[in-house]
Design a protein around this ligand. Structure first.
Ligand SMILES: *[C@@H]1O[C@H](CO)[C@@H](O)[C@H](O)[C@H]1NC(C)=O
Ligand SMILES: *[C@@H]1O[C@H](CO)[C@@H](O)[C@H](O)[C@H]1NC(C)=O
Ligand SMILES: [Mg+2]
Length: 260
């Protein structure tokens, strides 16, 4: 009798896993195949991966270099499963609920970060351990140069709704100026056709500066031109900290990397 119950529970669990797997296609197959040996990060055994992620989102865990090696499966499941999308949806829903309450003028702008906000690099990270592998500029740039990053669907929806309210969009990204052409192409492929400004990082000015410094400085310039930042959305705390952050800020989830 006990054996039968065990077999039943096992069958149900396997069935549930397969159901998830087929829904998300081959991507979901990637993380179970990887070894959980640690190139990156150290793992604090008493802290669960979920607690670590909440710590990251709350900006209690800062300046981390890689996802703890033992959390690759957890982060992979989170990113490819329903929770990431649901969390993103909540953020974008709150952002639009706020935007609706405003009386929009022609100088009102909304700042969008690009990577993991407007565009998603999940296809790249799914093949690079979901943030367990240390950042690799070579492979990362190669991926950006392909120019086929999909939109984060919830952000695209928010973008369209903000445009319909008459709000102007400014993209502010840490991508360097030499990735401008491919970024323009990629934005259009992903469904973003209209913007007031696309600001990329001039590395001759900002080399060695943090994203907080760079983004604050660029937002300040924009406001000096007479625009008013009524909203600002990004996946990094460095998108929404510093000066000229905007009337309200919105933080999208990102447990894969940290940019200061
Ligand atoms: C928007 O404008 C209307 C009409 O002028 C006014 O009643 C309302 O208080 C304004 N709302 C905000 C948030 O400024
Ligand atoms: C980045 O990836 C390339 C290609 O896999 C590899 O040759 C190179 O050593 C990596 N660089 C670093 C810093 O890990
Ligand atoms: Mg980003």
């Amino acid at each position: 009798m006990r054996m039968k119950v065990f077999v039943f529970v096992l069958a149900v669990s396997v069935g549930a896993w397969q159901c998830e797997g087929s829904e998300h296609g081959h991507e979901n197959q990637i993380f179970p195949l990887r070894m959980k040996t640690g190139s990156g990060g150290h793992y604090i055994p008493e802290v669960s991966c979920q607690s670590w992620r909440v710590g990251v989102e709350a900006h209690n865990v800062v300046e981390w270099k890689t996802v703890p090696a033992d959390c690759e499966g957890y982060v992979g499941n989170y990113m490819l499963g329903k929770q990431y999308r649901s969390d993103s949806k909540t953020v974008c829903h709150e952002a639009f609920s706020y935007a609706k309450t405003l009386n929009i003028t022609s100088r009102d702008i909304w700042v969008f970060d690009v990577d993991e906000t407007t565009l998603s690099n999940l296809p790249y990270y799914a093949h690079h351990g979901f943030g367990v592998e240390p950042y690799n500029a070579t492979t990362s740039d190669e991926w950006v140069e392909v120019g086929e990053a999909p939109a984060l669907p919830e952000s695209l929806k928010l973008y369209k709704k903000l445009l319909s309210l008459g709000i102007k969009i400014v993209f502010l990204t840490g991508r360097p100026l030499n990735q401008k052409a491919v970024t323009v192409t990629n934005l259009k492929i992903a469904g973003y056709h209209k913007w007031e400004k696309l600001i990329l990082k001039d590395t001759s000015i900002y080399h060695g500066k943090t994203a907080v410094t760079y983004k604050s400085s660029e937002r300040k310039k924009v406001e000096k031109e007479g625009y008013k930042i009524i909203g600002n959305i990004g996946d990094q705390w460095s998108d929404i900290l510093g000066t000229n952050t905007g009337q309200r800020t919105f933080k999208l989830p990102d447990p894969m990397y940290y940019i200061s």
